[in-house]
Design a protein around this ligand. Sequence first.
Ligand SMILES: *Cc1c(COP(=O)(O)O)cnc(C)c1O
Length: 359
Amino acid sequence: MEIAIKTASPEERRAKPTDESKLGFGKIYSDHMFSMTWSQDRGWHDATVEPYHEIPMSPASLVLHYGQTIFEGLKAYRLEDGQIGLFRPENNIKRMNLSSARLDMPQIDEEAFMKALELLVQLDHEWVPHSGGASLYIRPTMIATEPYIGLKSSAKFLFFIITGPVGAYYPEGFNPVKIQVTEKYSRAGPGGLGAAKTAANYAASLLAEKEAQKAGYTQVLWLDAAERKYIEEVGSMNILFKIDGTVVTPPLGPTTLAGITRDSVIQLLKSWGVPVEERKLSIDEVVKAHDDGKLEEVFGSGTAAVISPVGLLNYRDRNLHINDGETGELALKLFEELTGIQYCRRPDPFGWMRKIAVS
Ligand SMILES: *Cc1c(COP(=O)(O)O)cnc(C)c1O
């Protein structure tokens, strides 16, 4: 695949953030974006890197009406030698193609995808922050662009990648989150879209998140839609419980997103000899473990925060305090190890980092 490159002129270049401690998340975009178009007769074509720009599209575009869209999220890290590293990007590429298959969208050639990622990061390498904990967030997205008001799969798609610098999730050190277990709403049902990174799952979660926040919690923990009994995941994180020395996490299935951080955590724990079980875990078992004094730690895993300790779980009229609301030892160790690998400060025994040379 040939990628046409049109670099931003000096006037088109955007002002880079001067204070990396105030980056936040998701509000700043780098100078360039990648895009390519798919049509039934031509397949993928017109692969281009060009200045970040708005997308002209028909108000009848299928994505706006029926939500045929998928995305990914990964980060580029500034390494100590000045080069840049991506964390397990081939997994994001594979997962995007799984999401794509579920949403009846076209597959993307893995090599072409990787080439696009690398080229974009190389071109905008100056946008990769230098301060610890900060990184360049990368958001690949595919949308249905055929103008048509009838319900069907689109005959035209746009794939694009945008990037932007993001700050450390916990700039002042870990702050354990308070999570509410919801029985009122569900995120994904059997046979639905739960395993795909697609807009509908997040749209389904917004009201629940808002209600939880009004009640004083940060996020929602989803139970299975059929019985409201088994734990699934948090809005944008997988969840793990340390019960009596063993880490238990719900198994992957059609209603949960297969997190790359989750997989990395499991591999690390196994390599450390910490027992890990991927199995169904009911909310009743968690409450009982808490009441028996065996619920030692709870933490989420995801690209944005890497590891997110949970200090409190609210379920019905119970507030379960976990580890006195403090960050657990294992959560901290996992965070240190994972970020150590991501910034190449520690050895990378699993070969997770893909380095990008910048001149
Ligand atoms: C992206 C996401 C995760 C975490 O996946 P990572 O690959 O670890 O970032 C977990 N759950 C949901 C619903 C997600 O969208």
